[in-house]
Ligand binder design. Structure first.
Ligand code: ANZ
Length: 944
């Protein structure tokens, strides 16, 4: 700023304006959205606007590192969208909470002894401050944290609803467990193992009911690390089978764990994807994760009874030349023959003398491998069991192998191998010298033929003939034949597994479950919620001798013995109970927070259904008859395409089935924003150095005098290339940061951060400011003049374009159009632009740069916030050009330009060209020998 321009829009002025308006919004509760009923309903009987918008961001984990400029990209975009929709007259719900349980706070507690609540609260405070300075229009009353006891009380309550429900296969929906008990008592339904419920003891009855629950305890294979005293996720285990942290041995162990029966919902989770306005990529990731395949179970007779295989290609049965079992398959022991046939191929025995020896050696070799390693592409291994099975279509004896490429947890854990048409089987058959018989008309000399072709070699004498048929026809025919022969049946198979829902950790939601002295689990009644986390001195899980594979986890909560042992009256008088000491996984809170945003202070219910109906209920009038309802727009990273979004859909569907919500899906529309990327630098050891301290000299990069290597990647702590929003706000103001981030490119693509480019956005706002405020005097400089035709065209075109762009989240082209309009006005009116041209500009800018817009709006004489000003409208008549500029050439050289009507004919053009003063002067005294006129394009006069 110079002395001549004391009223220029500078960072300092921006900061002053921004703080002033943020305080104003806070004091006036500008962004508080009223609810239809309950504590957030307006006083009296005010009708809410029917038009509403419920827009949501994927909420952050309150990390100690705070935010970098990459985090708010999505938050700014949703804020712009929310602000635009308020100007369209909608009631807008927009807030942001915190996903605050989880490992980093707990690790920090273990290292420092600070309670995770203390660090979490400090981090939340800091992030809220950082977000507030960006001017995000959030309804702060709704900003819940998953760690608030008032929030997790309802997480526990929802857990209990799921626990106290079962899935009715006939109705394909969850129902209360009481309905099941009635059916069991009346005999309308049998227990899972077919016993008569009424004949069971009380304890057996409990167990029989537990087997139906949507939440159940199951023995499942987990990574148990005695040295750390906890179960680990696959990602926390190294390739050597040791813990990433501490390098302790990890054992695959069966442990009793809480599971959720998400697999009951496989079909609905798949089919309802069609109802959602989500990126196709995310839908297909969910489809693959659920992995529904149609195929057949086929029985191969063997010395140990039928071996049932699952295949998606029963049409290729004539090419099945051997059978493979997963090494853990229950029939393996019964199928191990006493001896190998005399002429056995040595490749099949692994050099061992007997099948038993070969199998034992093989089992030892693969014990340490995870499922992922077993599926890796590598040389196929396995051993022959010495026994044979019968292929049902041709009666052929086929050898039985075990091999680790067949997994125990999928299908039946056994396959029929068709080496001619399956790549893995082809590799295996090549290594072991097994026959490769083509049954599809394709070349199998070099590799498996996996394309589509008609069937060959596929007929028997029992009425099955697939020769000449295509894939689908042949599959249907094979399945029908198998069914008639009793050799198999159609089977739908899913990849989705039930959800492992327990962690042996501290910083999570405790389970609302207690056990009685018989070890029977009991869900707590609602009035005993929340079950609050106890204070513990030591957050470490109990650790054991690292080599002791037989030890069992004792989570940190187990140390709070006063908390674990309780006397309760659960309806049978006061009794002693023991609390469950697991905590819920980090996904729990995020599986339903969208519903709490709607009714954050409701003490009687997790959400009142009237409020839910208003904010997320189906709206067939607006969205079509199949509208599932849900949040109108959910913005976040594509990394949450599967787990979070699948868990949230599952919980929401259970709540829908039980009648607590009217929407069938949590999120009607999903949008994945791109990432902000930045350069990162590594030293000679490959270690990242702070990007901010790297200096450039002659195209090379140096850190502390040492040359470093430049890379490019996602912005963040790990690459040491984070830029804090606080610095950008200080140096340019929040509005500049907002405009810069939104104008960097389309929202769904990743973009490189460049602090040097931020100034471009700042200059745009300076020009905008200058249109209203005289930089020298500080006086408002707009004038009350009427608009010219050019002004009207420029204005209405901008309004029309910007409206369309805002709706479609194209904030980058909004910015481009506003910049163009500002430049037009600046050029046309070097001092004193017409008010009628500037006022709508300020309104159009306000979603993107709300603080400067509020300030200019006030300077223009308005007394109310600009937040609810109606967004400018446009008139069609100004959108189409009625004249065009056409060049006039004389003997091929452009000599003049003329304005003509857009629809001017050849003759009109010729006449207009000849009538032009400049042209007339140039051809004066010459003869026009020819006129070439192309309407809308040009006129050429050939003269002599
Ligand atoms: C014979 C066959 C012929 C197969 C052919 C494929 C192609 P999706 O689609 O993923 O469900 N399979 C079955 N159970 C398995 C297990 N436990 N471990 C490893 N592989 C298994 O895959 C189903 C196919 O994968 C099945 O169909 C089976 O191989 C194999 F030309 O059977 B198929």
């Amino acid at each position: 700023m110079t002395e001549a321009t004391p009223h220029r829009y500078t960072a300092e002025l921006a900061n002053t304006i921004e703080q002033k308006w943020q305080a104003h919004w806070r004091e006036h509760g500008t962004f508080n959205a009223p609810n239809p009923v309950g504590p957030l309903a307006p006083e009296g009987k005010a009708e809410l606007p029917k038009d509403k918008l419920n827009v949501q961001d994927m909420f952050p984990y309150p990390s100690g590192a705070g935010l970098h400029v990459g985090h708010p990209l999505g938050y700014i975009a949703t804020d712009v969208y929310a602000r635009y929709n308020r100007m369209l007259g909608k009631n807008v719900l927009h807030t942001l909470g915190y996903d605050a349980f989880g490992l980093p706070a707990e690790q920090y507690a273990i290292q420092t002894g600070t309670h995770p609540r203390t660090t979490t609260e400090a981090n939340i405070k800091n992030m809220t401050r950082q977000l507030d300075q960006l001017g995000l229009g959030h309804d702060r009353r709704r900003a819940v944290a998953t760690t608030d006891p008032e929030f997790y009380k309802w997480t526990q309550w929802i857990f209990l609803q799921i626990y106290n429900a079962w899935f009715d296969e006939d109705l394909q929906k969850a129902r209360p467990i009481e309905d099941l008990v009635k059916d069991l008592l009346s005999g309308a339904r049998q227990t899972k193992d077919g016993r008569n419920f009424r004949d069971l003891t009380t304890e057996e009855k409990h167990k029989a009911i537990d087997e139906f629950r949507l939440v159940y305890l199951s023995d499942s294979m987990v990574n148990w690390c005695p040295g750390l005293g906890t179960v680990l996720a696959n990602e926390e285990v190294t390739a050597e089978g040791r813990s990433e942290r501490g390098n302790y041995p990890v054992f695959r162990k069966r442990l009793r764990q809480w599971m959720m029966r998400i697999t009951d919902y496989s079909d609905r989770l798949l089919d309802d994807l069609d109802l959602l306005d989500w990126p196709e990529k995310v839908k297909s990731m969910q489809r693959n994760w659920i992995g529904r395949s149609r195929g057949a179970d086929v029985h191969f007779a063997s010395p140990a009874g039928d071996i049932t295989v699952f295949t998606t290609r029963p049409d290729t049965l004539f090419g099945a030349s051997y059978v493979v079992l997963a090494p853990e398959h229950e029939l393996v022991d019964d199928l191990v023959a006493d001896a190998y046939p005399a002429d056995v191929d040595t490749r099949w025995t692994n050099g061992e003398n007997t099948p038993r020896e070969a199998v034992d050696a093989y089992l030892r070799a693969i014990a340490a491998k995870s499922d992922v390693e077993r599926q890796e592409n590598k040389e196929k291994t396995g051993v022959f069991l010495g026994s044979y099975a019968v292929n049902p279509v041709n009666g052929e004896q086929v050898p039985i192998f075990i091999a680790d490429y067949v997994l125990t947890g999928y299908g039946t854990g056994a396959i029929m191998a068709v080496p001619a048409h399956d790549e893995r089987d082809y590799e295996f058959a090549s290594v072991f010298g097994l026959p490769i018989t083509p049954v599809l008309d394709g070349d199998v000399s070099e590799e498996a033929f996996t394309g589509d072709a008609t069937h060959i070699n596929s007929a028997n004498d029992d009425g099955l003939d697939l020769n000449g048929l295509g894939k689908q026809e042949a599959i249907d025919k094979a399945i029908a034949w198998l069914r008639d022969e009793g050799a198999g049946h159609e089977k739908i198979q899913y990849k989705l597994r039930d959800w492992l829902f327990a962690r042996q950790r501290y910083w999570g939601e405790p389970f609302p479950i207690v056990y009685d002295e018989n070890g029977q689990a009991h869900g707590l009644p609602e009035d005993m919620l929340p079950v609050e986390l106890p204070q513990v001195e030591d957050y470490n899980p109990v650790a054991f001798d690292p080599e002791d594979a037989d030890s069992e986890p004792a989570p940190p909560l187990a140390k709070a013995t006063d908390w674990v042992e309780v006397e309760l009256d659960l309806g049978h008088g006061k009794q002693k109970y023991w609390r469950d000491t697991n905590v819920m996984p980090q996904w729990a809170g995020s599986s339903w927070y969208q519903l709490r945003y709607i009714d954050p202070t409701n003490a009687d219910a997790f959400v009142d259904i009237d409020n839910e109906r208003y904010w997320t209920g189906p709206r067939p009038d607006e969205h079509g008859a199949n509208d599932p309802g849900g949040v109108d727009l959910y913005v976040g990273g594509v990394e949450h395409a599967v787990l979070h979004l699948l868990y949230a859909r599952f919980w929401h569907k259970v709540l829908y089935d039980l009648g607590f919500v009217t929407s069938k899906e949590p999120y009607r529309r999903l949008y994945n924003q791109g990432y902000i990327q930045a350069y990162a630098f590594t030293d000679s050891r490959g270690v990242y150095v702070p990007a901010a301290e790297v200096e450039e000299k002659d195209g090379k990069f140096f850190y502390n005098g040492e040359e470093v290597n430049r890379e490019y990647g996602k912005m963040g702590k790990s690459l040491k290339n984070a830029v804090a929003p606080d610095d950008v706000v200080r140096d340019f103001g929040a509005d500049t940061l907002r405009v810069y981030e939104m104008s960097m490119g389309p929202l769904d693509t990743s973009r490189p951060w460049a602090t040097k480019d931020v100034v471009g956005a700042h200059r745009f706002l300076q020009r905008l400011w200058r249109l209203v405020v005289d930089e020298a005097s500080g006086e408002v400089s707009v004038v009350d003049a009427s608009l010219t035709e050019d002004d009207l065209k420029a204005l209405h075109r901008t309004v029309a374009g910007v409206r369309d762009d805002y709706v479609h989240l194209r904030d980058n082209t909004v910015a481009a159009k506003l910049i163009e309009y500002v430049n037009y006005l600046t050029k046309t009116y070097p001092s004193g632009a017409p008010r009628a041209a500037v006022e709508p500009l300020v309104q159009m800018v306000s979603p993107l740069a709300p603080h400067i817009a509020e300030e200019l709006w006030a300077l223009l004489g308005n007394t109310e916030t600009i937040t609810f000003e109606p967004f400018p409208e446009f008139e069609e008549q100004w959108l189409t050009d009625d004249t065009v500029e056409v060049p006039v050439q004389i003997n091929g050289k452009v000599k003049a330009r003329i304005d003509v009507a857009t629809d001017a004919s050849k003759d009109d053009l010729e006449a207009a060209a000849l009538a032009d003063d400049r042209v007339a002067g140039l051809i004066d005294g010459k003869t026009v020998v020819k006129v070439i006129a192309i309407p809308g394009r040009m006129v050429n006069l050939v003269v002599k």
